[in-house]
Design a protein around this ligand. Structure first.
Ligand SMILES: NC(=O)c1ccc[n+]([C@@H]2O[C@H](COP(=O)([O-])OP(=O)(O)OC[C@H]3O[C@@H](n4cnc5c(N)ncnc54)[C@H](O)[C@@H]3O)[C@@H](O)[C@H]2O)c1
Length: 258
């Protein structure tokens, strides 16, 4: 699929990976609604993108993915502004083992909310034009990070949820593809959260072990992960795939067939 002319929504777009995913879409002539709970960071990234790509190519919308109402309004504004919706990336995520219910709310429930609202807009059975949803999991969606059990659980859940949505979509003929991205450690502010004894809560004594894992796996750049993201968006043969990205490149995960 040639992405030029398509319209995207990216959550958690104000910095880090979400910003990188938005940038690679803009470089490929996709218009992007940038959703983020952090209004100041959102305004800053919008200003940078305005200079790079032109002010009509993006829209910043303050949106906390914990709020169904805010997500609904943001999707509606995107449709009203750009006229259509083709690509949704549910990327917003946090590590917080102390306030672990918040981590579940952002990482898992936020992804489910964003996916269901995306489907309402894109489902061919309800007047949509089809499209693609990319959910952002992690290597922690495939194996454990010992200082972050709830983060690990939410990311495993995002993998399972996305694969189930893909299977349901292909059987139901929604015309929407669903894929999940599983990057290894990437150079963003999230690495500070991973190293933070405060965020590790009762597992603060294991933060050094998590640090050792980053040394073992290496640290990816945002642009490396963004290239794999674009591959999942554009390759129309991919539905229900989990793409793992690590220091040695990227590979599709093979799961046991049930
Ligand atoms: N950095 C890594 O090592 C790494 C590796 C694998 C997966 N991931 C995943 O990538 C995604 C992006 O993380 P990142 O590394 O760019 O982190 P980041 O902290 O740099 O950026 C996260 C962005 O999400 C926004 N956000 C947080 N809570 C939100 C909410 N409730 N509603 C809306 N926006 C919210 C933040 O304001 C921020 O702009 C996350 O889902 C994360 O789990 C990160």
């Amino acid at each position: 699929m040639a992405p030029g002319g398509l319209i995207a929504v990216v959550t958690g777009a104000a910095q880090g990976l979400g910003r990188g995913f938005s940038e690679i879409l803009l470089q490929n002539s996709v218009k992007v609604a940038l959703l983020d709970a952090n209004e100041a960071a959102g305004a800053r990234v919008k200003e940078v993108f305005d200079k790079q790509f032109g002010s009509d190519k993006t829209l910043f919308l303050k949106c906390d993915v914990q709020s169904e109402e805010q997500l609904r309004v943001a999707f509606q504004k995107t449709k009203e502004t750009f006229g259509q919706l083709d690509i949704v990336c549910n990327n917003a995520g946090i590590i917080d083992e102390k306030n672990w219910e918040k981590a579940v709310s952002v990482n898992l429930l936020g992804t489910v909310r964003g996916t269901y609202i995306a489907l309402e807009h894109m489902n061919r059975h309800t007047g949509g034009q089809g499209g693609v949803v990319i959910n952002v999991s992690s290597m922690a969606g495939l194996g454990p990070i010992l200082s972050s059990p709830v983060y690990t659980a939410t990311k495993h859940a995002v993998v399972g949820f996305t694969r189930a949505m893909a299977a349901s979509s292909s059987v139901s003929g929604y015309g929407v593809r669903f894929n999940v991205l599983c990057p290894a450690f990437t150079q963003t502010d999230m690495l500070n959260a991973l190293r933070s004894p405060e965020r590790a809560g009762q597992f603060s004594h294991l933060v050094d072990a998590a640090q050792t894992l980053t040394e073992k796996f290496g640290i990816l750049s945002v642009s490396e992960v963004a290239k794999s993201f674009l591959q999942l968006v554009t390759d129309e043969t991919k539905n229900g795939e989990a793409l793992m990205i690590h220091g040695k490149g990227s590979q599709y995960v093979s799961f046991p067939s049930l």
